[in-house]
Design a protein around this ligand. Structure first.
Ligand code: FPP
Length: 228
């Protein structure tokens, strides 16, 4: 990457393919999610090394409640374990945790852990790790529009100022793994001018090197924001 190439400040990832990763290996789905968490851990380290200002990951959507109860509780257990095992490292490395979506719908023990992690990292000034939990763009935009209306101005700027991501830099790059090419109700507003990269790599196999390659691709793209 040359010094004057555009650098991504904010990258978002739809972490897809945990189930297929496990199926290919005749392993339970939960194992795919478990390996998915390991990929998250490496990604957060990579994001910091690449100097990203913000990394937003889609961990649990408003639609994921439709999954079997057992899978939902596996995902909750993994999230709790991730906070318990990784919070110290993240806090020491200047990561600031942020949640987008309404995580208060989760069980009280999960909410408590999340709030502890938010408080512990609140004053950090390094990479922001924004985790989307019980998140859906339609819900986010509707909530933001209602808040903007209550303040008296439903303009794009007023709505944007009320989005869950209002304090993050503009989204530069959105990556989806596992070969699916859709946004699945993730950051629909924020993706208006983002570059999109779809990769066949299944989420548990995604590494910091894959992130680096995506950032190289981003640096080579020319963004025109509707101009010419
Ligand atoms: C998609 O794979 C993945 C998810 C629905 C959950 C993503 C969650 C994690 C990686 C772990 C939890 C995150 C944190 C922050 C600790 P899929 O099950 O839809 O895969 P498939 O499409 O191959 O079935």
């Amino acid at each position: 990457m040359t010094d004057d190439a555009p650098r991504a400040r904010h990258v978002a990832i739809i972490m897809d393919g945990n189930g297929r990763w496990a199926k290919k290996r005749h392993l339970p789905r939960a194992m795919g999610h478990q390996r998915g968490v390991e990929a998250v851990r490496k990604l957060v380290r990579g994001a910091r090394e690449f100097g990203l200002e913000a990394l937003t990951i889609y961990a649990f959507s408003t639609e994921n409640w439709r999954r079997p109860d057992e899978e939902i509780s596996d995902l909750m257990a993994l999230m709790k374990r991730f906070i318990l095992s990784d919070l110290d490292e993240m806090a020491d490395n200047g990561i600031r945790l942020k949640i987008i979506g309404d995580y208060r719908a989760f069980a009280s023990d999960v909410v408590e852990l999340i709030e502890g992690a938010l408080a512990r990292t609140a004053d950090n000034t390094g990479t922001i790790l924004a985790v989307a939990l019980n998140y859906g763009s339609h819900d986010e935009i509707a909530r933001a529009a209602a808040k903007a209306a209550a303040k008296g101005a439903v303009t794009p700027e007023a709505i944007e100022a009320e989005l869950d991501t209002a304090d993050l830099p503009p989204l530069d790059l959105l990556i989806r793994t596992s070969g699916e090419e859709r946004l699945s109700n993730f950051l629909l507003w924020q993706a208006a001018y983002a570059e999109l990269i779809f990769t066949e790599v299944l989420w548990p196999d995604f590494t910091a090197e894959h992130l680096g390659a995506a950032l190289e691709t981003f640096a080579q793209r020319e963004r025109r924001y509707g101009g010419r």
